[in-house]
Design a protein around this ligand. Structure first.
Ligand code: PLP
Length: 441
């Protein structure tokens, strides 16, 4: 269906909207909602540079993108409509951010920003229709699991939850009825790696029109480019690394095909879930430091993971050689990220460790400059019932660490203190750490 066809089905407040579609048709490779602040043609730089380098044509040459905190835009006349008329349909601050995301996402031709990561998935799954089949990982984020379950019980969708680390398990359920596959890599919090290129091929071979959808929240565009590995849509919770400070909720969707982008934009405009201007402005500001934050967070995460592994804990982190899919992860990614998890062997011991930290905040979510600690079974993944968690080998004692940018020695000291207080380890006089078996704790 052409964009013009889609738009003709809309009861738009936006008389200016068809101008966007003309713009798309004329420019081909540019997203709609063109903004005077985003030049169309220029040399592209490496992602670290693109993160901070944004040009715009603001009349006062403001250093940061102006915030258009407005719902409506006045028109010159009834016959001469401007580029923007109503913020639900388009806003220059949002357009600027969307174009920026497109530039920093290899393989993307268009981006859309919406009110949360879950909204991004909601928009994407509106492309499904009753009777469609969806393949979903068995270790997806709890909220994703909840939405897929809702679609399966109330939306006429058939969902196949399989272990996406196993390409053959996906091949076994892929069929011409497959309309979508939902992938995460690394998964959160079991840190399982999915072979995105192989899975995209399996699904596209079985159903050429199926959409391969990757939630790239754990790595961000800096560390993995799913669209270049064969995915059709990549989305992220902008609440996490993209913004970096846990001061906003946002979702970002990036596509490699304009037709898919047009269908998604239809949903965003029709449902009114586009990201509000102030959140766009904040997210744009956060993006500028993504490179430096991620670099420090990864370094700290590796330091903590090395310590915990040497102390004898089972640690899941793709920066450790002991990770069973270490090679696969590094084939498709440029870094290990900053989320790791560990098992203690005892739920109550894990609870004591989590509650014994001071710098590490007990909090859901990740991607913040502050270090966070949590027990997924009781927090972010509590929406997955205990029986399903058991079926999926989800350890109830799992502790998730989301490492921030603090001084690494402070982070380690704080964690060591919590481990000692909880009875998980003892420190010898020579400073070496001895892991205590859970029973003695
Ligand atoms: N994807 C992953 C991997 C997440 O961890 C989360 C939230 O924790 C989401 C998506 C949902 O994002 P949001 O909380 O912004 O809706």
């Amino acid at each position: 269906m052409s964009l013009a066809d889609q738009l003709s089905g809309l009861a738009l407040e936006s008389a200016a909207q068809p101008q966007f579609s003309n713009q798309v048709a004329r420019d081909g490779d540019e997203p709609p909602s063109p903004t005077p602040s985003s030049p169309r043609q220029r040399k592209t730089y490496s992602i670290d540079t693109e993160l901070v380098f944004t040009e715009h044509n603001d009349q006062f040459k403001s250093s940061s993108m102006p915030l258009y905190q407005t719902a409506t835009f006045k028109q010159d006349s009834l016959s001469n409509m401007g580029e923007y008329d109503y913020t639900r349909s388009g806003n220059p601050t949002r357009s600027h951010l969307e174009r920026h995301l497109t530039r920093i996402t290899p393989g993307a031709v268009r981006s859309l920003v919406v009110s949360s990561g879950m909204t991004a998935l909601d928009v994407i799954t509106r492309l499904l229709k009753p009777g469609d089949e969806v393949i979903a990982g068995d270790d997806l984020y709890g909220g994703t699991n909840r939405l897929v379950k809702y679609l399966a019980t109330s939306g006429g969708i058939t969902a196949h939850h399989v272990d996406t680390t196993n390409v053959e398990a996906v091949r076994a359920v892929a069929s011409p009825k497959t309309a979508m596959i939902l992938l995460e890599s690394p998964t959160n919090p079991l840190i399982k790696i999915a072979d995105i290129a192989a899975l995209a091929k399996v699904v596209h071979d079985a159903a050429p029109d199926a959409l391969v959808v990757v939630d790239n929240t754990m790595l961000s565009p800096l560390l993995m480019s799913p669209l270049e590995l064969g995915a059709d849509i990549v989305y992220e919770s902008g609440t996490k690394y993209l913004s970096g400070h846990h001061d906003l909720m946002a979702g970002a969707i990036m596509v490699r095909d304009h037709k898919v982008g047009d269908r998604l934009f239809f949903v965003v405009n029709a449902s009114g879930c586009g990201l509000a201007p102030f959140e766009c402005w904040l997210l744009e500001r956060g993006l500028k430091t993504l490179g430096i934050r991620m670099e420090k967070q990864q370094r700290n995460a590796q330091f903590i993971a090395d310590f915990l592994e040497s102390a004898g804990f089972k640690v899941r982190y793709p920066g450790l050689r002991s990770h069973p899919q270490y090679d696969l992860h590094w084939q498709q990614s440029r870094g290990a990220g900053a989320v790791l998890s560990l098992e203690t062997g005892d739920v109550e011991l894990s609870e004591r460790i989590v509650e014994g930290t001071h710098i590490w905040g007990i909090s859901v979510s990740f991607g913040c400059v502050n270090s966070l600690i949590s027990m997924p079974c009781k927090m972010s993944h509590a929406s997955i019932d205990a029986k399903t968690r058991k079926e999926r080998d989800f350890p109830e004692d799992l502790i998730r660490l989301c490492v921030g940018i603090e001084n690494p020695d402070d982070l380690l000291d704080d964690l060591k203190t919590a481990l000692i207080k909880a009875g998980a380890v003892k420190i010898n006089v020579d400073g070496s750490v001895i892991r205590l078996p859970p029973a003695t704790a």
